[in-house]
Design a protein around this ligand. Structure first.
Ligand SMILES: [Zn+2]
Length: 400
C-alpha cells in the first residue's frame, strides 16, 4: 500500500499505519505538547497508542482464527477509525465465518478480564506505591477494550456483529439472501448511528458512513459470487485473441497491441503451448526502457497462473483479485484456448443476467476496475496512450 507505512510484522502478517492515522497521531502529540500541566508527558499519545495496540490485537484475533481455516491474511492496516484485516477471502461456510468474526471481540473480552485482574491487584497494592496515573491507565485499557468488543458486535457490516448475523442467518436461508438481509439491517443501523452522531459526536457520523458503504460492498460481493457461481470460464472467456511468439521483437508486439484491443498477450510455443504472458504494464515499461530489438522472451512473465476452462467464474474472479491480475490465460489439456479478464466477467454479467447488469451498473468499484482496463478502442488513441507513456517514463499511472 503506497499510502501506508509498515510498522510491524506479527505472526507473519504485516501491520501498516495509514497516512491519515499518522496525521492523527501527530495531531494528538501536538495537542499533548500544548498541555504542559499534564502529570505524564504525552499522556494523550500514550492513551491513543494503547487504543491502537488493542485494535491490532483484535485484528490479529480474526487473522489467526482465519489461519486455522487455511485463510491467509494479506495485511492489517490501522485507519483513524479502526483496524482492517484483509483476509484473502471470506469463508462461505457460516460456521467458519462465525468463529472468525467472534475471534476479534473475544480478544477484547480476554483483555478486559486481564486488565480487570490487574486493576484489582493494583487496588490491593494501592496506598503503597501505585500512582494514580498508572491505575488510570489500567482502567482506560479495560474500558477501551470493553467498548471495542461491544461496539464491534453491533449487527452491522462491516462490523464483526454484521458477519455474526449473516453467519447465523446463513444457517437458515441462502447465503446471498442472508447477506442482503444482514446488509439491510446494517444500513438501517448506520442511518440511526448517523442521526445520533449528528447530535452527539461527528466521529460517529463518519463511522456510520463507513458502515453504510461497507454493507453495500458486502451485498454486491455476495451478489457477484452468486451470479458467477455456476458459470464455467469457457462461457465468458475471450476466444479470439492474439498471441505472441517468444522471439517476436518489440515492434511486432506494439503493432499487435495497436491492431487489437487486447492489453495482455499470451506467449505460445508449438502446439499452442503456453510459455508465458506479456502484460500491458510489462509492455509499456519495455517500450520505455528497452531497445527495439528486445524480444518477447526477455519481457514476458514465464511463471503465470492459468485457469482451467471448466473452472467456475466466481473462483476465477476471486483468484484474480487475490493475485491483482486483470487477465488470466485459460487452458484445456495444457493448450491455451482463451483469455479471461475482469472486462469479460463484467460484460458477461451485464449481458446474461438482469441482476448482474444492475450490479455492474451500480457498483463503482467493480465498474472502475473494469473501466480502467478499457483502453479506447481506436488504434490511434492506443498509440497516443503509449506515446504519452514513453514521453513520461516516470509516470505512475497504473494501467491494470
Ligand atoms: Zn473485528
Amino acid at each position: 500500500m503506497g499510502t501506508s507505512i509498515r510498522i510491524a510484522r506479527v505472526a507473519g502478517i504485516n501491520v501498516f499505519l495509514h497516512w491519515t492515522t499518522i496525521l492523527f497521531f501527530a495531531w494528538i502529540a501536538i495537542s499533548d505538547a500544548a498541555k504542559s500541566d499534564s502529570p505524564i508527558p504525552f499522556r494523550g499519545l500514550l492513551f491513543v497508542v494503547t487504543v491502537f495496540t488493542s485494535i491490532v490485537l483484535h485484528e490479529l484475533g480474526h487473522a489467526l482464527m482465519a489461519r486455522r481455516f487455511g485463510i491467509p491474511t494479506k495485511d492489517i492496516t490501522l485507519l483513524p477509525i479502526g483496524g482492517l484485516a484483509r483476509l484473502q477471502k471470506i469463508p462461505e461456510d457460516p460456521r467458519q465465518e462465525l468463529l472468525i468474526a467472534l475471534a476479534g471481540p473475544a480478544v477484547n473480552g480476554i483483555l478486559v478480564v486481564v486488565f480487570a485482574g490487574l486493576i484489582l491487584i493494583a487496588r490491593g497494592a494501592a496506598g503503597l506505591n501505585v500512582s494514580l496515573a498508572e491505575s488510570h491507565w489500567l482502567n482506560f485499557v479495560m474500558w477501551v477494550n470493553f467498548g471495542m468488543g461491544i461496539f464491534n458486535l453491533l449487527p452491522a457490516f462491516p462490523m464483526d456483529g454484521g458477519r455474526v448475523l449473516r453467519a447465523l442467518l446463513a444457517t437458515q436461508i441462502d447465503y446471498v439472501r442472508a447477506t442482503e438481509v444482514a446488509a439491510r439491517i446494517g444500513q438501517a443501523l448506520a442511518v440511526l448511528l448517523a442521526i445520533v452522531g449528528f447530535y452527539l459526536n461527528s466521529m460517529l457520523m463518519l463511522i456510520a458512513f463507513f458502515i453504510y458503504i461497507g454493507a453495500q460492498q458486502e451485498k454486491v460481493l455476495a451478489q457477484v459470487h452468486s451470479i458467477l457461481r455456476n458459470v464455467p470460464v469457457r462461457e465468458a472467456m475471450r476466444k479470439h485473441f492474439s498471441s505472441l511468439k517468444a522471439d517476436d521483437p518489440l515492434p511486432v508486439v506494439l503493432e499487435e497491441a495497436i491492431a487489437s484491443s487486447q492489453h495482455d498477450f499470451p506467449v505460445v510455443g508449438s502446439g499452442q503451448q503456453l510459455r508465458g504472458m506479456v502484460f500491458h504494464n510489462d509492455l509499456l515499461s519495455a517500450l520505455n526502457q528497452q531497445p527495439p530489438f528486445t524480444t518477447v522472451a526477455e519481457i514476458m512473465q514465464d511463471r503465470v497462473e492459468v485457469v482451467q476452462a471448466e473452472t467456475m467464474l466466481d473462483q476465477v474472479f476471486e483468484r484474480m483479485n487475490e493475485l491483482n491480475r486483470s487477465t488470466m490465460p485459460v487452458v484445456l489439456h495444457g493448450r491455451i484456448v482463451g483469455l479471461v479478464s475482469l472486462e469479460n466477467i463484467g460484460e458477461w454479467m451485464m449481458l446474461h443476467s438482469q441482476k448482474g447488469g444492475d450490479v455492474v451498473a451500480t457498483t463503482p468499484n467493480l465498474t472502475n476496475r473494469i473501466a480502467r482496463r478499457q483502453v479506447p478502442h481506436s488504434p490511434a488513441a492506443i498509440e497516443d496512450g503509449i506515446r504519452e507513456h514513453r514521453a513520461e517514463p516516470m509516470a505512475t499511472t497504473r494501467v491494470d
